[in-house]
Write a protein that binds this ligand. Structure first.
Ligand code: PGA
Length: 303
């Protein structure tokens, strides 16, 4: 979908073929793609691609170069959700210190920025923490909640994740709620139980109306940063299960309307198969989002 020939050729030739001043996909192919592509999934959900930079890159200069290279490559292919006319919503999650400048660098290209996390309190003596109002004031629209690295390494539990999801929504921003099973849980064949439990705990008290602003990311923990991608069919089955669970918690309307991303070692090589699945609406990308050419190819997936 929406892969311009120019960009495909650039990707095939590798990053060195990309000249920043001319790297934007040819206007004709880009425009044709935007107008002719059936970007709507079966249920009319806008595709949503997100790059989670995690604790990368090392400096502000590196972050700005990555953001600028990426936005030039992506060109007219991205748009905000409110401008949806067959294009893909693209979000970058830089580390906190880089958010403002990255936003300035990518705004014109229609790319949205978000924060990798917030604390659920509004203000006060919480050294090292960042409030929802702070990231909102620098232009963040999305917040990652419940990422497995925060669950495993920073002690984020479902009670806190739920508070954060609700704080994000109350603040007028949108959470991307990450759920998924560990390798151990996968081996025990309790993947569905784990995801169902995370959904009900993390969305506790979130209303049907608020669900319009919630994105779910299904990220099997064993696939994150490991190079092991969950097979497209398997991921699709889990996404369908998540929709069934949402239908039980809310109703069919919410289940059909909620966008669900897949995350875990997504690459230019695996994205097309994933995105051709009816229940997969986008990807949450870590490692590959640190390379402009790779992430642009992912955002310009073909399906
Ligand atoms: P990965 O990370 O693409 O490097 O596996 C995904 C994520 O953590 O969201």
């Amino acid at each position: 979908m929406k892969l311009s020939i120019a960009l495909a050729a650039t990707f095939a030739a590798g990053a060195s073929a990309f000249a920043p001043s001319t790297g934007r996909p040819a206007a004709t192919s880009s425009n044709a793609a935007a107008s002719s592509a059936t970007a709507l999934s079966a249920e009319g959900r806008q595709p949503i691609m997100a790059g989670n930079w995690k604790m990368n890159p090392a400096t502000e200069d590196d972050a700005l170069k990555l953001a600028t290279d990426f936005s030039k490559l992506l060109g007219e292919e991205a748009c905000a959700v409110s401008d949806f006319e067959g294009c893909t919503e693209v979000i970058l999650f830089p580390p906190f210190p880089f958010i403002s400048k990255v936003k300035d660098a990518v705004d014109e290209a229609g790319i949205t920025v978000g924060a990798q996390g917030i604390f659920f309190e509004d203000k006060g003596a919480y050294t090292g923490s960042v409030a929802a109002s702070m990231v909102k004031s620098v232009g963040c629209e999305y917040i990652l909640c419940g990422h497995s690295e925060r669950r495993a390494l920073m002690g984020d539990d479902d009670v806190n994740i739920n508070k954060k999801v609700k704080k994000v929504l109350e603040s007028g921003m949108k959470p991307i709620l990450c759920i998924g099973e560990t390798k151990e849980e996968f081996d025990l064949d309790i993947t569905k139980d784990i995801c169902a439990m995370q959904l009900s705990k993390d969305l506790f008290g979130v209303t049907k109306e608020q669900m319009a602003d919630v994105v779910i990311a299904y990220e099997p923990v064993w696939a994150i940063g490991t190079g092991l991608v969950c097979g497209a069919n398997e991921a699709n089955k889990m996404h369908r299960f998540i929709r069934e669970k949402l239908a039980g918690m809310y109703d069919e309307e919410v289940a059909k309307a909620t966008r669900i991303q897949y995350g875990g070692s997504v690459t230019p090589e695996s994205v097309d198969a994933l995105m051709s699945m009816p229940e997969i609406d986008g990807c949450l990308v870590g490692g590959a989002s640190l390379e402009a050419v790779k992430f642009a190819r992912i955002c310009n997936f073909e399906s």
